[in-house]
Design a protein around this ligand. Structure first.
Ligand code: PRP
Length: 193
């Protein structure tokens, strides 16, 4: 008799970044950010939903462990896509709840793929006159970038494959997986986009 298989095992082809690697790198990034923002009394994390949900929660707690106080603000934006490719045409689903004028803003992104979403967001935030704006992105696909927005903090450079897990979805599924992975090709036929 075989043991119980986790539901996602039939869908995941391979894990690209493990849960442990994510935790270790998140702690390292938090240490770096804490050192860079020493003396700043108000660091405002602007988290880009939905994908950045997991990273934001872990990163904010890692910053807390380093003794760096943060405030949290959320935006929900979505890029119109042709298949899995971003078009750079962005829709705001949820805007900032407060004035960020004069604030030290750190944008928290799960992934920078083409870079188009982030480039748009940085222009949008700059128009609201923050004191500083930097970006912390957990994953970056150097091979897919069509524009190169300034990324001060990057967790991992990954291949250009379509990836899911740790906040990233395919057809709104797989966000809850604690690691970053590639799906089996048959899933795209079964789940449908
Ligand atoms: C993903 C991701 C980034 C963006 C990156 O968001 O969270 O915001 O795509 O792609 P790009 O660099 O090619 O522009 P998505 O639009 O899929 O929305 P979601 O986070 O709600 O899933």
């Amino acid at each position: 008799m075989g043991g119980e298989r986790l539901w996602y095992e039939r869908d995941v082809e391979r894990v690209i970044v493990t849960e442990e690697q994510i935790a270790t790198r998140t702690a390292e990034l938090a240490k770096q950010v804490s050192a860079d923002y020493q003396g700043v009394d108000r660091l405002l994390l602007v988290s880009v939903l939905k994908g950045a949900l997991m990273f934001t929660a872990d990163f904010a707690r890692a910053l807390g462990r380093c003794g760096t106080p943060v405030e949290l603000e959320f935006m929900a934006i979505s890029s119109y896509r042709q298949g899995t490719t971003s078009s750079g045409v962005v829709r705001i689903l949820k805007d900032l709840d407060r004035d960020i004028g004069g604030a030290h803003v750190l944008v928290v992104e799960d992934i920078v793929d083409s870079g188009l979403t982030l480039s748009w967001l940085l222009k949008y935030l700059a128009s609201r006159s923050p004191a500083t704006v930097e970006v912390a992105a957990l994953f970056r696909k150097p091979g897919a970038m069509r524009t190169a927005p300034p990324l001060k903090y990057v967790g991992f450079d990954i291949p250009s494959d379509f990836v899911i897990g740790y906040g990233l979805d395919y057809a709104e599924k797989y966000r809850e997986l604690p690691f970053l992975a590639v799906l089996k090709p048959e899933v795209y036929r079964r789940v449908g986009g």
